[in-house]
Every structure is written in C-alpha cells, then in structure tokens.
Design a protein around this ligand. Structure first.
Ligand code: NAD
Ligand code: IPM
Ligand code: MN
Length: 364
C-alpha cells in the first residue's frame, strides 16, 4: 500500500463545500486500490485571519511542505470587507504558497464536455490547456509608491521575467504539447509593447522549439488571443504565457468551457522539490456560500489533475469519465453541491473497466 500525505486547505466560503465533495470522490476512486490518502487539514484563509490575525504561520508553512500534494478550495472574504484590506490573503497565503513551492507551471485545462452549454453559440471542439507561468511576471510584487495619498502619487508594478523562469515554463509547455495528439503550441505575449520581456520570451521559445521539431509553434499578441479564443477556440492545443496574461485568459477559457464552476487547475512544481497544489479556478463565492449551491465539479476535476500528478492517471481518467457522464446527463434541474458529488461517485466506473488506456495523454 502506498500512503500519500495530502495537505487539505478548504479555505473560505464555498471552499470547504466543494473540497468536501472532491475528497469524497477521491476516496471513492481510490477505494480498493493500492494508494491511500493520509490527510492533514489546515485551517487557513480570511476567516482564520479575522479570528486570529494569522495568514500563514511559519510552522504551518513548514508542515504543509512535508506533504506530497495540496488540495486547495478557495480563500478570500467578501470583496470590499474593510477588515480585510491589510490581510492580503491573496498575496500572503495563495501566492505565497505558489511562489515558495515553486509552482512555475500553472496548468489550466479547458475542455468543453459534451452536453455542456458554452457561453459561445458555436464553440466547436474545445480542448486546450493553458500553461500559465506561476512564479514571476507582474505578480512578483516588485514596485512601490511615491508620495502616497497625494495627487502626485506614483505607483509602479514591476514585472520580473528571468530567462531561467521563462525557460522552465516554456520547456514544460513543449513537453505538454509533445504528449498531446495535435502537437501545437501557441505562445502568447505582448511583444509589440512589452519589448524587454517579450524579447526574452521570443528568444527562449525559438531556442527550445528547435529541440521539438514535431511541434508546430505559433505566436499571438494577447489582445488578439482573446479574439481567437472567442471566435475559434478549437484552434488551440497548448498555450503558454506569462502570469498575468494567463490569469485573464483562463477566466475567459472558463466561460468558454461551460462556466467557472467547471474550471480546474494545478499549480505544478514539475521538479517535485515541493508539493504541487490543486485548486478550482474560482474563488470563495461569498454570494452563494453555505447554501450547498456551489458546483463542486471544478474542485473534483482539480483532484483528478492531482491524481495524474501523483502517478495515478488511470484513477484521474476514471474521475474525468464520471464527470463527463454526469455532465452529459445533467438536465435543467438544480442540484445541491452534495448531490453533484453523489452523482459523480455514482458514475465512477469499476476499477480497470473504465480506463481509456491513453496514459500518455495526461500527467505532467
Ligand atoms: P468568485 O469566483 O468567488 O465568484 C464569482 C461568481 O462566480 C460568483 O457569482 C459566484 O457565485 C460564482 N461561482 C464561483 N464558483 C462557483 C461554483 N463552484 N459554482 C457556482 N457558482 C460559482 O470570484 P469573486 O467574487 O471575485 O471573489 C470572491 C473572493 O474569492 C474574493 O475574496 C477573491 O479575492 C477570492 N478569490 C480567491 C481565489 C482562490 O482562492 N483561488 C480565486 C479567485 C478569487
Ligand atoms: C486565480 C486567482 C488568483 C490569481 C488571485 C486570487 C490571487 O485569480 O487563481 O486565478 O490572480 O492568480
Ligand atoms: Mn484568476
């Protein structure tokens, strides 16, 4: 038996509700197999901060690092809550985990499953993955303000782009494309304006591309990429881009792929020096929290990405197949968070019966 130490951070709002269902699905899909999860739950987020003033205490940071993977719900309070302006839960907790654990490949698949309504009238066959750089760019936090609070204030946000950081995420994107049947990579930037960072991205994409002659590479400015993503999303296979462009493009991708309640992500440390972290793209949704109205599918699909990362790709496929079957059979009837969890568990194929056998199509 393989024991996998899993850190669970349910977080705030709908976070605990969707993570509960993801955990139930994980237990069901692993039942009868070789792997068992040994979970440690960490109570972190806006609620904890409001209670105790803690964001991410050092001891918990160190304890989380001792796990093989992290399952994360969502954090954050009600936008505009004045008690939270200094807390910076987003930077002090979520981004801190992504940076400290070197989650340089923020992997966000966008698949429009059969039977799911897209925001688009004619989306076509949508199946792409965005590899968003996760540790630098405008998110690095460099910058500052001069003459704060005055009419002469000057605020800067300095984007940090290292050749090392770009090359490692670009390599990961090429590797991802090489494992997919269409073997296409689109790199997205804004090289016509952001000339310094753009030149480094361009040089590195060209150099790495020479090692992958089988992969067709094209480039788009990010503004044009939003046009193509709406008009012809089926053209994309793998997209690689910087941290901020990737943030924005993946909310758009979420809408195209059937809604934010379905959008999954993995914050991957491909070197496996630190635990990778799996979380839905959505936030804590204070407007529907505590009502069992949240769709747990994004959290469940994030758990499937975690299974892939842990070398349990057949189990990941079984979860995705169960979600696919549930989505295909979804009528208009509203279901609770737990009812969707029940339905996905009910659709899980028995061990070995449901695998596609295309083990090369996933993993990282
Ligand atoms: P949000 O994603 O929480 O909610 C946006 C809208 O989508 C809301 O109407 C919400 O009800 C809906 N929604 C989100 N997830 C859903 C689900 N699973 N099922 C059904 N509907 C769903 O974004 P927001 O309102 O801008 O942010 C709320 C808080 O979450 C803020 O504090 C923000 O900083 C934080 N946030 C956290 C993360 C994270 O933890 N990764 C990501 C984004 C936002
Ligand atoms: C996301 C979120 C985060 C981001 C925020 C909450 C820091 O929007 O995961 O996409 O900007 O990366
Ligand atoms: Mn985002």
């Amino acid at each position: 038996t393989r024991t996998i130490k899993l850190a669970v951070i349910p977080g705030d709002g709908i976070g605990p509700e969707v993570v509960e269902q993801a955990n139930r699905v994980l237990d069901a899909v692993l039942d009868g197999g070789d792997a068992v999860l040994e979970r440690t739950e960490f109570r972190l987020g806006a609620e904890r901060y409001l209670d105790t003033g803690d964001t991410l205490p050092e001891a918990e940071h160190a304890a989380i690092a001792e796990h093989e993977a992290i399952l994360f719900g969502a954090v954050g309070g009600v936008p505009g809550d004045p008690r939270l302006t200094d807390a910076n839960i987003e930077r002090g907790l979520l981004l801190k985990l992504r940076f400290d654990f070197d989650h340089y490949a923020n992997v966000r698949p966008c698949t429009l499953f059969p039977g799911v309504a897209s925001t688009l009238a004619n989306p076509g066959d949508v199946d792409f993955v965005v590899v968003r750089e996760g540790t630098e760019g405008p998110y690095a936090g460099n910058g500052g303000t001069l003459r704060p609070g005055t009419p002469a204030e000057v605020a800067t946000e300095v984007s940090v782009n290292t050749a090392f950081g770009i090359e490692r995420v670009v390599r990961h994107a090429f590797e991802t494309a090489a494992r997919r049947p269409r073997k296409k990579l689109t790199w997205v930037h804004k090289t016509n304006v952001l000339v310094h960072a753009g030149a480094v991205w361009q040089r590195i994409v060209r150099a790495v591309s020479a090692e992958y002659p089988e992969i067709a590479v094209d480039y788009m400015h990010v503004d044009a990429a939003t046009i193509f993503m709406v008009q012809d999303p089926a053209r994309f296979d793998v997209i690689v881009t910087d941290n901020l462009f990737g943030d924005i493009l993946t909310d758009l991708a979420g809408a195209i792929g059937g809604g934010i309640g379905l959008a999954a992500s993995g914050n991957i440390n491909p070197d496996r020096t630190f635990p990778s972290m799996f979380e839905p793209v959505h936030g804590s949704a204070p407007d529907i929290a505590g009502k069992q109205q949240a769709d747990p599918t994004a959290a469940i699909l994030s758990a499937a990405l975690m299974l892939d990362h842990l070398g349990l790709g057949a189990e990941g496929d079984r979860v995705r197949d169960a979600v696919r079957a549930d989505l295909a059979g979804r009528g208009a009837a509203k279901r609770s968070t737990a009812e969707i969890g029940d339905a996905v568990i009910g659709r899980l194929a028995p061990r070995d019966a449901g695998a596609h056998g295309d083990a090369g199509a996933h993993g990282d």
